[in-house]
Design a protein around this ligand. Structure first.
Ligand code: WQD
Length: 327
């Protein structure tokens, strides 16, 4: 029983790879290392390559006895996707379709797919349910939805079964501070908060405080990356037990504002977070947080880590790894 993990050298991919291995499953990581880091893979079996290289994927599946897949590999910079759409459609969508074609040839029929809450765009209501309107507001989000739909058709016309996990805001680092996000390549809030707190940026820019939210700043559902990794294990177990294809939100079900993140960071670290209020960022909804009841009822999964765990683990990681895995 070997799990092929595409994009397993990335932030969420590397943390999930480590957890999958701890359950006794064999793995093989496929990553171009374009954005991922070899150090994050540790001693896991690794192949440097592209999901679009069908011959390589088939060779890896045969050589390693792959029978299930966790598919992370993708470009995920929302802003870049709007400036260079073809790069995103080619890499994310065409690459995934080539991957699935190779898996079909090898008879690999269980896929867990890394999708995103961004497919909801500005939610029509919060908490967001899987059946709510899908309203992609970026090319990045659209590529993720196109891959979801591709998997949906494979479920209908072949024996491939998939679990689509729509991540809300993944954050934090491993408790031992050995794996985490690289703030040099991230646009996300928590790395930017840590950068300002640790003096690697003059201030945190808060994108707007005039939203219709309790304190005027944006509200999101921050889920600890280790809780997110556990959701992938639950999805693999579910498919192994012949579960039908399903799409699930992965979040805590709670919304937290930017100001609340700042306050929690000051409380947990004992340091001031220098920040300034600037204009809103294009495309930012006021609120987006999950209704996570489906994943709980289907897999029995629930988040176990708190917001303080997210902040403390992120702070410890960034303090010791200001240059990510190049530190
Ligand atoms: C969170 C909140 C910002 C940075 C994005 C992608 C989504 C997914 C997760 C991949 C918002 C505010 C942020 C900063 C700020 N990625 N903010 N100053 O936009 O909810 O989701 O990351 O799947 O696809 O869209 O996350 O961390 O960028 O922003 O004030 O320097 O923090 O306005 O309210 P987002 P984020």
């Amino acid at each position: 029983m070997t799990v092929l993990i595409t994009g397993g050298a990335g932030y969420i991919g590397s943390i999930t790879t480590r957890l999958i291995r701890s359950t006794g499953r064999a793995v093989v990581v496929l990553d171009t290392l374009e954005n991922g880091h070899k150090a994050a893979v540790g001693d896991a079996p690794f192949v440097q390559g592209d999901i679009a290289d069908s011959q390589l994927v088939e060779q890896v599946c045969k050589e390693h006895g792959v029978d299930e897949v966790v598919h992370f590999a993708a470009y995920k910079a929302v802003g870049e996707s709007m400036e260079n759409p073809s790069k995103y459609f080619q890499n994310n969508v065409t690459g995934s379709q080539k991957l699935f074609e190779a898996l079909q040839k090898c008879g690999v029929n269980r896929v867990v797919f890394s999708s995103t809450a961004a497919v909801y765009g500005t939610p029509t209501r919060v908490p967001v349910r899987e059946s709510d309107t899908l309203n992609c507001e970026s090319v990045y989000a659209e590529t993720k939805l196109m891959i979801e739909k591709t998997l949906g058709w494979y479920s209908k016309v072949s024996s491939m079964k998939s679990v689509v996990l729509r991540y809300f805001n993944a954050a934090g680092a491993t408790e031992d501070s050995t794996l985490g996000e690289d703030w040099r390549h991230s646009q996300n809030l928590i790395p930017h908060v840590m950068k300002a707190t640790l003096g690697h940026a003059p201030t945190l820019k808060v994108f707007g405080d005039d939203f219709p939210t309790p304190d005027g700043t944006g509200v999101r559902d921050y889920i600890h990356v280790e809780d997110l990794a556990r959701a992938h294990i639950a999805a693999l177990d579910y498919l192994k037990a012949s579960g039908e294809s399903i799409t699930c939100n992965v979040g805590t079900g709670f919304g937290t504002s930017v100001m609340q993140i700042i306050e929690a960071t000051e409380r947990v670290t004992g340091k001031k977070v220098p920040f300034e209020i600037v204009g809103r960022r294009a495309g930012d909804p006021a609120e987006c947080y999950a209704d996570a009841s489906l994943i709980h009822h289907t897999f029995g999964w629930s988040p176990e880590k708190s917001l303080e765990d997210i902040i403390a683990s992120a702070y410890a990681w960034h303090s010791s790894h200001p240059l990510g895995h190049d530190s």
